[in-house]
Design a protein around this ligand. Structure first.
Ligand code: HEM
Length: 438
């Protein structure tokens, strides 16, 4: 059914987007009008600078360069760290690296608390969407205003430093003031579409959401599962083997090799299957017939004007869809779920065969997530850099209130549809630099 919904030409996400613009970003009507009128600009920019293979590779190269610097600093100081929460540690470093890769060097210098503020905003987001009153969430209202104020201040300063206009997106792949080609193209586009600096700042916050709110917790879950002392002990050594195969002689990563490794791909796919809670929404601009079963014998007619919701959680957790022999049940994490072993050669490959309509972490159709290629490179690249550089000794678990806990972290409390659900706790570790580290 969801496949047919995504394939259909007429359903749109405009109603949902308008709700985000009014309730979450509080944009005035004239700005929403300008945004909607120029929507095709965004689609063009995304296909030019976000889904284009060469451009994604440039973004990933910048991200891994910055992460390398951040982790190199840790390598010098890490021995002094006492026990730390591995998710919290990774979250802050990956936020720094991805923000600098996309937005340039100055943003976090001007607004060092952006990471802290952003993740608090991320957990408030659906409360804005459901229009909870300000007396119930005063801090959240103040924080949202502060983030947008700071992003606006940053953008104005960067325009000044760039002499009024960002450097041509067709120029260097990255430059320190406005960062990536994508960001420079977006900043130019805000002007073309008559969007005010304040509207631009809210869109920059929206892009930060795309950049950080799914990939960072997903990378955290992957790392925590690999370190979990109760996990299958054969998984981590096999992952390390795949990581070493993707290392080049100069110690950098061959990203195309990395993202094609069977077990790593399975780990990524399983993490999105189990932990993503996306509510993909469509509004119907005309009546639509959708099949209710695979052979299309039962059909439902949906009426023009209705909203349709495709919750990833249902398909991703369907006990029937995910119960094949030799695989764990749907509610369990199984890093090897998508690995297929050739009976004769023993060769492993990655496959999502048979999951169509049950697995759609990036939505589908004309508004399918344009960041999906970068997301995978970012997550697996970061995981590789961390595991190749450090050893982790697991000391125990903590719960959401950072109190010692017996069990591996579960899900943080969140509204339905909160993207990749963040861990409700952490894995406490002692980190040591690997001996062979550069
Ligand atoms: C694991 C990581 C990610 C997940 C699970 C994810 C998921 C999604 C989903 C479900 C949608 C809605 C799709 C639809 O309506 O059919 C979406 C849209 C979007 N995502 Fe992602 N996303 C991820 C990473 C990223 C990244 C890294 C970026 C940018 C750097 C990004 C940028 C966007 C944008 C701009 C849209 C709106 C597209 C449009 O309206 O045309 N996403 N994403």
């Amino acid at each position: 059914m969801f496949q047919a919904l995504f394939r259909a030409k007429s359903p749109s996400r405009d109603v949902f987007d308008r709700d985000v613009f009014t309730k979450v970003f509080q944009l005035p009507d004239d700005q929403i009008h300008n945004l909607e009128a120029g929507r095709h600009h965004e689609v063009e920019m995304n296909s030019k600078y976000l889904t284009n293979f060469e451009r994604v590779n440039e973004l990933t190269a910048e991200l891994t360069k910055v992460l390398d610097e951040v982790l190199a600093k840790d390598s010098q100081e890490i021995e002094q760290f006492d026990e730390i929460g591995v998710y919290q540690w990774l979250r802050d470093r990956l936020f720094t690296a991805s923000t600098r890769a996309l937005f340039g060097d100055e943003l976090l210098k001007m607004y060092p608390a952006y990471c802290e503020d952003f993740f608090a905003f991320d957990s408030d987001l659906l409360s804005f969407f459901f229009s909870l009153p300000s007396f119930m969430m005063g801090d959240a209202f103040r924080r949202r205003r502060r983030i947008i104020d700071e992003l606006e201040r940053w953008s104005k300063k960067m325009h000044e430093l760039s002499g009024g206009t960002p450097i041509d997106p067709e120029g260097p792949a990255w430059e320190p003031i406005f960062g990536s080609r994508l960001n420079r193209a977006r900043q130019l586009d805000y002007k073309t579409r008559h969007l005010t600096p304040r509207t631009g700042a809210t869109l920059d916050l929206g892009l930060t959401f795309g950049l950080a709110s799914n990939v960072i917790p997903a990378t955290g879950w992957m790392l925590m599962h690999l370190l979990n002392p109760s996990a299958d002990p054969s998984i981590l050594p096999r992952i390390m083997q795949e990581l070493h195969e993707a290392e080049t002689p100069d110690g950098s990563l061959d990203i195309p090799v990395l993202v094609s490794q069977p077990l790593l791909q399975s780990l990524w796919t399983e993490t999105l299957r189990l932990y993503l809670d996306a509510l993909v929404t469509r509004n119907l601009t005309e009546d639509l017939l959708l099949p209710l079963d695979e052979d299309g014998k039962r059909i439902v007619r949906l009426r023009k004007g209705e909203n349709v919701f495709a919750p990833s959680w249902l398909g991703h957790h369907d006990p029937v869809a995910w119960s094949s022999p030799g695989k764990s049940v749907a509610k369990e994490f199984d890093a090897e779920r998508f690995v297929v072993r050739d009976a004769k050669t023993g060769r492993e490959s990655f496959s999502v065969g048979g999951t169509a309509g049950k697995y759609f972490p990036f939505g589908g159709g004309k508004t399918v997530c344009p960041g999906r290629i970068f997301a995978k490179q970012e997550a697996l690249g970061a995981l590789a850099m961390v595991l190749l550089r450090f050893d982790f000794e697991v000391l125990g678990f903590v719960d959401e209130k950072q109190k010692p806990a017996e069990a591996f972290p579960g899900l943080a409390r969140a509204f339905v549809g909160s993207a990749v659900v963040v861990p409700g706790g952490d894995v406490r570790v002692k980190i040591r630099r690997k001996q062979m580290c550069r």
